[in-house]
Design a protein around this ligand. Structure first.
Ligand SMILES: Nc1ncnc2c1ncn2[C@@H]1O[C@H](COP(=O)(O)OP(=O)(O)OP(=O)(O)O)[C@@H](O)[C@H]1O
Ligand SMILES: [Mg+2]
Length: 291
């Protein structure tokens, strides 16, 4: 069974992409899962972290990105579609040689333009024209090849993100433990459950909140973490993951596409890899129990 999980927060820069890439590499490299990353963010961060700038430039110039999939839906009647799933799928990505079973559907900067144009496509109540189905329709035959599909979303709930949510059974909310990063979490919960209801489909399960860039001893971080735990206890929020990702240079450095032989080398020796690894184990357990 394939678990499709979106990584979402309306706040930018909280670690959605970093967490997506780390989980994908660890699920594939340590837990022996077959993993697909779908990069829906026009910033292309997950794509360049996993594929490198050079390969991405070549793929992008040839139109072998998800932007082509969405552009097809905007072509006039009669014009041929150009998206080719097999050619767009980048196999065995990641600069870590220990990671073998990780594939990627890459993003493109062109998604910004596509997002604006798609939003202007007329759609009835609950999207009768279903521009939210585009991604699922074009990729579903690939899904059974994977144990996990992780979708890196941009920091909004626009039409592209909704395409990712549409095919997800669950979602994870990465956040920094500060006031502004956590402020929008209740809104995400409401919006996603409203969207799931409107699809007349199953629920999209909030699997939990990941605390990232934690700095122990920082008053704001400790206070926010306490407040989050109280809200979880009061059932206002989904559970936090026990693993907490500390702030660290190694994690920031993983943004660079540099060859590494082990995951520990890529994600850091000072406890960062251990926490990310624990997070992957927890995610796997929650996905099995709840999705
Ligand atoms: N635990 C960490 N320690 C140090 N730096 C981190 C950590 N996690 C992420 N970063 C860095 O913080 C920045 C933001 O992280 P990231 O790009 O993953 O966030 P994001 O939520 O995906 O952002 P966006 O909303 O722009 O897509 C990046 O420069 C990343 O390398
Ligand atoms: Mg990102």
């Amino acid at each position: 069974m394939t678990h499709v999980i979106s990584m979402i927060n309306l706040k930018g820069g909280v670690g959605k992409t970093t967490t997506t890439v780390a989980l994908a590499e660890i699920l594939a490299g340590e837990l022996n899962k077959r993993v697909l990353v779908i990069d829906l963010d026009p910033q292309t961060n997950a794509t360049t972290m996993l594929l490198g700038e050079k390969e991405w430039t070549t793929a992008n110039a040839a139109g072998l990105t998800l932007a082509t999939l969405f552009k097809d839906s905007l072509r006039p009647e009669g014009e041929a579609a150009e998206f080719n799933l097999e050619k767009t799928l980048q196999k065995q990505v990641s600069p870590v040689s220990a990671v073998k079973k990780l594939d990627l559907l890459p993003s493109s900067l062109d998604l910004i333009d596509v997002q604006d144009r798609l939003a202007a496509v007329p759609s009835g109540r609950y999207y009768t024209d279903r521009p939210v189905d585009l991604l699922y329709k074009s990729t579903r035959k690939l899904l059974p090849d994977y144990d996990y599909v992780l979708i890196d979303c941009p920091p909004n709930l626009g039409i592209i993100t909704l395409n990712g949510l549409r095919m997800s059974q669950g979602y994870v909310i990465p956040t920094k433990p500060d006031v502004l990063s956590t402020y929008g979490i209740p809104q995400i919960l409401t919006r996603v459950s409203g969207f799931a209801e409107g699809l007349l489909d199953d629920d999209i399960v909030p699997l939990g909140i990941v605390i990232n860039m934690y700095r122990a001893g920082t008053t704001v971080h400790e206070t926010t973490l306490r407040a989050l735990r109280l809200d979880v206890k009061a059932s206002k929020l989904p559970p936090l993951f026990d693993a907490i990702i500390p702030h660290g240079d190694a994690v920031a450095g993983a943004a660079e596409f540099t060859t590494a032989s082990t995951l520990r080398q890529r994600w850091g020796y000072k406890g960062h890899f251990d926490q990310l690894s624990a997070l992957a184990v927890e995610l796997d357990a929650r996905a099995k129990a709840q999705l």
